[in-house]
Design a protein around this ligand. Sequence first.
Ligand SMILES: Cc1cc2nc3c(=O)[nH]c(=O)nc-3n(C[C@H](O)[C@H](O)[C@H](O)COP(=O)(O)OP(=O)(O)OC[C@H]3O[C@@H](n4cnc5c(N)ncnc54)[C@H](O)[C@@H]3O)c2cc1C
Length: 288
Amino acid sequence: MMPLRRFTIDQPKTVKEEAEMLSHYGENGRLYAGGTELLLAMKHDLLRYEHLVDVKELPGLNTIETRNNSLRIGATVTHRAIEKSAAVRDIVPVLADMAHHVANVRVRATGTLGGNLCFAEPHSDPATLLLALEAHVHVQGRGEERILKMDELITGAYETALAPDELLLAIDVPLNSKTKRAAYLKFQIKERPTLGLALVLDLDESDRNVSKARAVVGSVSAKPTRSDQADALLVGPRDNVEKQLMDAAQILADAADPVDDLEGSAEYKRHLIGVYLRRAFAKALSST
Ligand SMILES: Cc1cc2nc3c(=O)[nH]c(=O)nc-3n(C[C@H](O)[C@H](O)[C@H](O)COP(=O)(O)OP(=O)(O)OC[C@H]3O[C@@H](n4cnc5c(N)ncnc54)[C@H](O)[C@@H]3O)c2cc1C
């Protein structure tokens, strides 16, 4: 590993000040939160910045609260804080469970949800689950605050729709209704997941029919993927849905279009999608 090149750290007091700093530094500056991705990439000399703008002390970004029928998680909230939050565990338990399995405790204690999403590393657990949960994000730079859906935020591997001066402020997760069931499962043999599969189901009052489904596959290609066609096969009486799981998995795999890499062949990943969709369906139905 290379010794770190010299850089300065600024700690803005407001979002406006942060946006002005980023704009002033241009390509020589970068925003940073926990630093678990950025500093590692800088140590390996994969990224070079002369100025880092630290957003950890910006007021209001480090809180978890419920508002307007959604759970709002500030961008600088760490994975560990999400995992430990009584509110998250109570209201969206699948999110706390997912956070508990991100990386290791050292990365979870420092790495933030905002940093994870904005780095847009393809093997992200939160990006996959948050797309299934229909989360949206609030971003702001020097201009007006914007709201983006998850699939609008992450546009490709290491690519987001954020403008150079924009900061991710918070992530809003719509609150679960009583009939909603969810599961997030991953297959992991290395440092990061080979496959992440999230499934969110709405059941009707009888508990026998799935009225809405949202399945998302992550880590197998550049960004998390879903398919209306696959989701349509996951709707209807539970027994019927169960028979259609493999067809839905096939469609999801086509949509995700897995790549061959050191994690495994594309064919192997397609197989895993079938196995994990079946498991996620069983787990989602048994969740409360
Ligand atoms: C050993 C290891 C194992 C890992 N395993 C997993 C895993 O199993 N699953 C998983 O999902 N992730 C995994 N990760 C990734 C981890 O979740 C991220 O490293 C972490 O969440 C990034 O957050 P950070 O605050 O450290 O980001 P930083 O390193 O501070 O920033 C990362 C990038 O995001 C930008 N950024 C940060 N915050 C904001 C913001 N609020 N607005 C706009 N841009 C921002 C920065 O400019 C930078 O480009 C792993 C990482 C490591 C090092």
